[in-house]
Design a protein around this ligand. Structure first.
Ligand SMILES: Cc1cc2nc3c(=O)[nH]c(=O)nc-3n(C[C@H](O)[C@H](O)[C@H](O)COP(=O)(O)O)c2cc1C
Length: 436
């Protein structure tokens, strides 16, 4: 059952697993060094992943206790994040095939500069750039960019729609054959380079872009919105959609919903790849894999999780008692994830502290522990049952988390014909459009 694979990374101390930086198998402080990322990127390319991508946020956590000290002191998910785009530029130089994705916010960027950043990456990587479009939910980010408050939810998506419209116009402002480089002195055919003259409620941009048409023409668009409006946005623009769902039934619901929406926007369902997040623990025996899972989860501190949760949900959870239930709480941040957390909490009768621990373990990403065969079975089953087109593999620790997956699970998937043995296309969009 062919599947697509993306790797989830944060250019910092954590991933979904927030004990990552202090896991005994992680390289201490490696996340500040290029060698660490080079090793990870080359490993993933050896494992024939479609792409690696860096999540991002534009603030340390400030909601929990309304102060940055809490998240910084314990190293929560937002404590350190290098800027992913310069990092991807460096990784483009040490890889040849793997797609390179970075998160950028439509609320805190300008279309012209963002179009340049991704056009540059697409040229320098030979057609491997991807943009994870986020609208940014959190007050700490607003505080860093001169807004009193985050924009209201639907205004964020209005701005994002216009942002995507403008950037796509900019990426097409040079026709593919406009650059001439003719020995007689004609640099480019000016008739094939046009201003875009965009004027809308949020942006006014003349264009054209100051970068010729790139190998992919535009970066692959990734999105992970979970609200109704967010899923419409994904159905309209995205080529890859990430989601976090704890079980097959929920994955299937999300998958069907999104593919149906895509059709309503005049797109073929196959044009959008839905990738579901999973955290694997692989070992030679199930018992050993379970031990690895327990070792990782034991590092999850409820306060680390609650600090991250406060940042994701834009709510100060320190205002609630640690033994309070989550049932009645309202949030303005990532509502889909919070609803899920409430459901899981009421099923398992979790307190706020338990929910914090769970969140620190992996932001509700399902964990799968077993032999390479077990993990391959699990992944194949999800794809066969139309729960996903592939997976966002998220590591419990680094770089060993990906070393182990690529050494053991990847060959098993390849043996079964579920994962490419070689890259066949040159560009990321080609990896995604061909059976893996
Ligand atoms: C796998 C995954 C990765 C995400 N990465 C980021 C990220 O890097 N930065 C960010 O601000 N939000 C990130 N999000 C949040 C979403 O982009 C989105 O803002 C959130 O789900 C709220 O959207 P909604 O209002 O449509 O529900 C991520 C979500 C998921 C499921």
């Amino acid at each position: 059952m062919p599947m697509h694979l993306a790797a989830f990374l944060i250019a910092g101390n954590a991933a979904h697993s927030q004990g990552l930086w202090r896991h005994p198998a992680s390289t201490p402080g490696g996340f500040l060094q290029l060698d660490y990322y080079r090793h990870v990127a080359r490993t993933l390319e050896r494992g024939r992943f479609d792409l690696l991508f860096f999540a991002d946020r534009l603030a340390v956590s400030t909601r929990y206790g309304e102060h940055h000290a809490h998240g910084i002191a314990v190293g929560d998910q937002d404590a350190t994040r290098l800027d992913p785009l310069p990092l991807l530029g460096a990784l483009a130089a040490v890889t040849r095939h793997i797609g390179l994705g970075a998160t950028r916010s439509t609320t805190y960027s300008q279309p012209y500069s963002l179009a340049r950043e991704f056009a540059t990456l697409d040229h320098l990587s030979g057609g491997r750039a991807a943009w994870n479009v986020v609208t940014s939910v959190n007050q700490g980010e607003a505080d860093n960019f001169g807004l009193e408050q985050t924009l209201p939810h639907d205004v964020r998506y209005d701005r994002a729609d216009e942002f995507l419209d403008v950037t796509h116009k900019l990426w097409r402002s040079w026709q593919a054959d406009a650059l001439l480089l003719a020995p007689d002195g004609r640099y480019a055919d000016a008739a094939r380079v046009a201003a875009i003259d965009h004027a809308g409620p949020h942006f006014k941009v003349r264009g054209p872009l100051n970068i010729p048409s790139t190998p992919q023409r535009s970066p692959v668009i990734i999105q992970a919105g979970s609200s109704d409006r967010g899923q419409d946005f994904a159905a309209r623009w995205a080529e890859v959609v990430f989601n976090i769902q704890p079980d097959l039934a929920r994955m299937q619901r999300f998958y069907d919903d999104l593919k149906g929406r895509a059709q309503r926007f005049g797109r073929q369902p196959g044009e959008i790849k839905v990738l579901s997040a999973v955290m694997p623990f692989v070992a030679g025996s199930r018992a050993h894999a379970e031990e690895l899972r327990e070792q990782s989860n034991a590092l999850a501190d409820p306060l680390v999780g609650l600090s991250t949760l406060s940042s994701h949900m834009n709510v100060d959870f320190s205002a609630h008692a640690l033994d309070a239930p989550l049932a009645d709480m309202q949030v303005s941040g990532i509502q889909g994830l919070f609803k899920l957390l409430q459901e899981v909490s009421s099923q398992r009768q979790l307190t706020l502290a338990d929910a914090g621990r769970l969140y620190a373990q992996g932001v509700l990403v399902p964990q799968v522990a077993g032999t390479a065969g077990d993990i391959a079975d699990w992944l194949e089953h999800i794809v066969a049952e139309r729960g996903a087109d592939g997976f966002v593999i998220t590591p419990a620790h680094l770089p060993r988390g990906f070393d182990d997956f690529v050494a053991h699970v990847v060959p098993e998937l390849q043996r079964r014909g579920s994962l490419r043995r070689q890259y066949s296309g040159r560009h990321l969009r080609q990896h995604l459009s061909r059976p893996a």
